[in-house]
Design a protein around this ligand. Sequence first.
Ligand code: PLP
Length: 422
Amino acid sequence: AELRDTYVAAHPESRRIMSDAAEFMPGGNTRSVLHFDPFPMVIASGDGATVTDVDGHTYIDCAGEFSAGLYGHNDPVIRAAQEKALSDGLVLAAPNRYEAGLAREMCVRFPSLDRVRFCNSGTEANVFALLTARNFTGRSRFMFMEEGYHGGVLTFGGGKASRMNAPFDHVLAPFNDIDAALATIRANKDELAAVMLEPLLGAGGNLLADKAFLEAVRAETQAHGILLIFDEVKTSRLGRSGLQGHFGVTPDMTTFGKYIGGGLSFGAFGGREEIMMLFDPSRPDALMHAGTFNNNVMSMAGGLAGLSEVFTADRADAFLDMTEATRAKLGEALAAKGVPVRPSGFGSMMSLHIGEREPRRWSETDSRAGTLRSLVHLAALEEGLVTTPRGDLYLSLPMTEAMLDDVVAIISGAVAREFPYV
Ligand code: PLP
């Protein structure tokens, strides 16, 4: 209650704007995950690795737009590319000079991509990947992971999400449980078009897959002609070739989104030649994938500059090492304070979990973690650091070593203070 009162007192302008917003949007909201009690603060601007709210507070930005904010705010190289695209005109109704370059960058970098197609969000990329698998295999059921998140219409978390967010015929298996996953695949082998999974369960608590789990699912799907689709919408930032490169496990298809659009709407799905060539429009039986903004010039131009000049393969590896060191330091700082809380995840994506070891699947997570993260969210705001409302932490490229040390100090301090109230 004390944290909440301090927050309300410090954010009068956000409160006014959110109260006006509630007149025309349900609860003032158009993105469910941004809501928190009493009301979210309204952000006015971002610069580098910080954001500033309409009440004039500046925060280290560890909300990182749920991973889409990899480049931080106002990266000069990406901004120059976007400004050039903007001045050349936006709605051209034709292929533009950027899209093939971005497709090439992606196919060179991610082992599973022979060919790729663009769309407008990670959700859309996943829906198209599933529809592609359905056409390619002639089957219509899918397997996902318990607590998997693949976008607004592909949400397999418990509770309220399941009421309207999973329209496909599907079965679920627990993450990182080889026996259960293989049994589910075998029981549905004649019906399954694809298995779709995040190699790091993101919204489900930032839990990294075991290499052996991915290898087992890869072998079993292959044995039954079932496509394996990795959702790397978030994890493609983890090293030069995402988690498929890190683990050396190559799926049939991969989906992307978030940071690859350079800060603008973006999605992409791609995979093996023989699958993706179904979309070649010169074929009489080509699959149709249309979309007015599939190749929108701002996302293509910013995305191309981002991958080719800013988040190069070497930079991606270095960033993974640097942020994995920060995650280790946070774990050590928490241990030194004597609190049984540890950061799960990998590199620049983390969540706080209660326990001395990070859980391997959702069912192993301590249910008090949600309360802890909400308290840490409010406590960290007072110290000048913003996480996502549900407590995920994302690190971004403009963060300096000194800023990463501040992140460790602020989060470990907030956890130590709030843990007794959980
Ligand atoms: N897949 C994963 C793993 C995600 O985390 C998200 C978004 O958070 C999506 C897909 C959906 O992407 P978008 O929000 O761009 O539709």
